[in-house]
Design a protein around this ligand. Structure first.
Ligand code: TYD
Length: 686
């Protein structure tokens, strides 16, 4: 039995969540993330509550203080924590971190002073810095490499997607506290009290999950031979600077963060300037998350054929352009839509950046790289969030008038957004230049091809010199005879003609042909059959076809890629796209200028065969019917590049039709008589 069945080729690998250890870690992440978001909402509400009697300004400062404290530890502790993740048992690190977070968060409502809110928040954030890189560095160890992108998507889903859930939970808890407050007269609890308790228990649940997750590998703890934590940090920093790709990734991700920071810093004011209130502000924020989710889930899928590195840079550049539009178009609904696109670009950049780091950075350095990135991202965010409103304020409000009724506002917020946009564009371009893995291919063509779901293959300039004609058809269709007659006709006119065929026109190809057509190899698997034909073709293109085309010859080839699409794709029922991809790679994307399809019903063609049937000819009639249908479908899909001739006409009639069509392709004037070069052509039967 062969392995060519449809089910065998189309069976999907199990979902990444089918890996039990990853599922458990993912659940822990979800629970923690719920806790983190609840923490942000509860802690700011709690800070506002504790300072409620000190006036509006003091209250704002109190909330601002919480944000600053939330981001500050990253500056000092970020890299240290990363080294920790690479050096120590990651499971133990996460478990202890969860227990500490539980204790610290629980202490906030119990102590109940603003000072303690600040201290405890600081402590929680310090602990977070150890938990996150340990988790990030563990994920690639728990899932197979090819599922890493999927795993990262799920991680980001729980990291950001859970924010609205946390907000809803906070609302529910508020209602619970209010109802309880009415029922129990002496109760002094605020919603934030309960939310913080729930938040603390979320970390406890995570601690339990992590504790039971025994499969987090410890190998890296023994293989790391670096002497000190400090040394590891220095190495980590050095590594990020030295690796071109990682440098590009880090620059890109930081740029995206800076641009994001600019938006956060001025969003509230900008929305008010556009005439929106709090609901509009909420909508803009929701739009960012919706966009990010869309980008994370659909972006990489939409542009599968585009190099990941290019997609990363392009996403950031696009984010910049969209941000500029956001700054300049003063219309709230349009701004909301643009913000969705902005979020989508950021989502694409993040998912790809994370995945690339997971794939390209060695295990023992990964923790530090993630930590380095996390800490720098926070610093950037902190700086930008602090500086952006200041710049906006300093610039003030300006009006440009082009006539009495046409007034264009350009305020500080617009300026900050434009600056953020320019930064994103510059950083995106820089990342592209650092990381580009397809320098020889123009990025525009690459993108257009990817949008169509294809991989762009550059046409080499010299290819156009010769003319490449392929003959295709089923068994006994008469194409071999016709290709020979065509070659003779062309030579008679003075063309340099190379007549060749597949499989078996090179030394290696002849051996492959023997394997492929030997009736003794009846059980050959469909995939190896495809690969062997493709191997023959790769050799053929490189050794025979391309050199001939480069010197300007006319190449007449009996069978080419379409035979594989028809016989292996349709006949063996393999995935067409897979067969096409393998062949595009094998041939470097070389496509005939014209393919002549001699279309003959298989029953007629097979009856014409005289000698004993080879391995393929022995296939049942339905197989050959499928082959014929596929040939016809290929021709119908690109009529400009095909000539379909009815193979049941006389030889002369067919030749005349082919010659008529070829005349359109021939160079004018016809070259002088040259010495015809004859390809090595063993007697072939159709
Ligand atoms: P061959 O004897 O050259 O016959 P034909 O005159 O029919 O071309 O045998 C080539 C066989 O290989 C033919 O049965 C078709 C098959 N084939 C594929 O299945 N896939 C391919 O890509 C090619 C080139 C040929």
């Amino acid at each position: 039995m062969t392995t060519s069945g449809r089910s065998a080729t189309r069976r999907k690998a199990p979902h990444v969540l089918a890996h039990a250890p990853f599922r458990r870690l993912w659940t822990a992440m979800g629970v923690c993330s719920l806790g983190d978001w609840l923490n942000i909402i509860a802690i700011t509400a709690f800070a506002a509550y504790l300072t409620r009697s000190s006036g509006y300004q003091a209250q704002s400062f109190a909330i601002g203080g919480v944000f600053v404290v939330k981001m500050l530890p990253a500056i000092v502790l970020g890299p240290l924590a990363g080294a920790f993740a690479d050096r120590f048992d990651r499971r133990l690190t996460m478990f202890c971190a969860d227990l500490l977070r539980f204790v610290f968060v629980l202490s906030i409502p119990l102590v109940g002073s603003y000072q303690w809110v600040i201290v405890a928040t600081l402590l929680v954030e310090c602990v977070n810095l150890f938990w996150v890189p340990a988790k990030d560095a563990t994920v690639p160890n728990l899932v197979p490499k090819d599922r890493l992108e999927e795993a990262n998507q799920l991680n980001l889903l729980v990291t950001y997607g859970i924010a609205p859930v946390a907000a809803a939970l906070f609302a529910v808890l508020s209602v619970v506290v209010e109802t309880l407050g009415k029922a129990v007269p002496g109760m002094l609890w605020e919603p934030a009290h309960l939310a913080l308790v729930v938040n603390a228990f979320a970390y406890l649940v995570s601690a339990f999950l992590i504790f039971t997750l025994k499969s987090i590998p410890k190998d890296h703890t023994t293989t790391v031979a670096t002497p000190s934590v400090l040394r590891q940090i220095i190495d980590g920093w050095r590594f990020v600077g030295a690796e071109r790709v990682v440098r590009g990734l880090v620059i890109g991700m930081l740029g995206a963060f800076a641009a994001g920071g600019a938006v956060i810093g001025v969003a509230k004011v900008y929305v008010v300037e556009l005439g929106g209130g709090d609901p509009a502000y909420g909508t803009v924020f929701a739009a960012v998350f919706v966009g990010m989710a869309l980008g994370i889930f659909f972006g990489p899928r939409l542009l599968r054929e585009l190099s990941r590195r290019r997609l990363f840079g392009l996403a950031i550049v696009t984010a910049g352009v969209v941000l500029a539009a956001t700054a300049l178009i003063h219309n709230l609904p349009i701004v909301v839509m643009l913000v969705v696109v902005l979020g989508a670009c950021a989502g694409i950049a993040w998912i790809i950046g994370y995945t690339l780091i997971g794939l390209e950075v060695e295990d023992h350095l990964r923790g530090r790289t993630f930590a380095f990135l996390q800490s720098l991202a926070r610093v950037t965010l902190l700086l930008v969030v602090a500086v952006a409103p200041a710049i906006a304020g300093l610039f003030g409000k300006h009006e440009l008038s082009a006539g009495p009724d046409i007034v264009y506002h350009f305020d500080g917020t617009n300026l900050v957004l434009v600056l953020g946009a320019l930064l994103a564009i510059a950083v995106g371009v820089l990342a592209l230049r650092h990381m580009d893995d397809r320098r020889e291919v123009p990025i525009g063509s690459d993108l257009i091809a990817a949008l169509r779901g294809e991989r762009y293959v550059p046409e080499s300039a010299d290819q156009s010199q010769g003319v490449f004609i392929a003959f295709e058809g089923g068994e006994g269709s008469g194409k071999t005879t016709q290709s020979r007659l065509t070659a003779i006709w062309l030579r008679d006119q003075g063309f340099d003609v190379v007549q060749t065929r597949e499989p078996g026109s090179t030394k290696v190809g002849m051996r492959l042909r023997a394997i492929l057509l030997d009736a003794a190899h009846q059980g050959l698997s469909a995939r190896s059959e495809t690969l062997l034909y493709a191997a023959d073709r790769a050799e053929h293109v490189e050794k025979v076809i391309r050199p001939a085309l480069e010197r300007g010859a006319m190449v007449i080839c009996d069978r080419y890629v379409d035979s594989s699409l028809a016989y292996q794709g349709a006949g063996r029922e393999l995935d067409q796209q897979d067969v096409a991809r393998v062949n595009t790679w094998a041939t470097g994307g070389l496509v005939p200028d014209l393919t002549v399809l001699i279309d003959t019903p298989p029953s007629v063609g097979l009856a014409r065969l005289a000698s004993p049937a080879d391995r393929i000819e022995r296939e049942p009639l339905e197989f050959h019917e499928r082959v014929r249908r596929e040939f016809r479908a290929l021709a119908a899909a690109a009529p400009d590049r095909y000539l379909v001739v009815d193979g049941q006409q006389t030889q002369e009639q067919i030749s005349l039709i082919i010659q008529d069509r070829l005349r359109e392709l021939l160079p004018d004037p016809v070259p002088q008589e040259t010495e015809a070069i004859t390809g090595t052509m063993p007697a072939i039967r159709d």
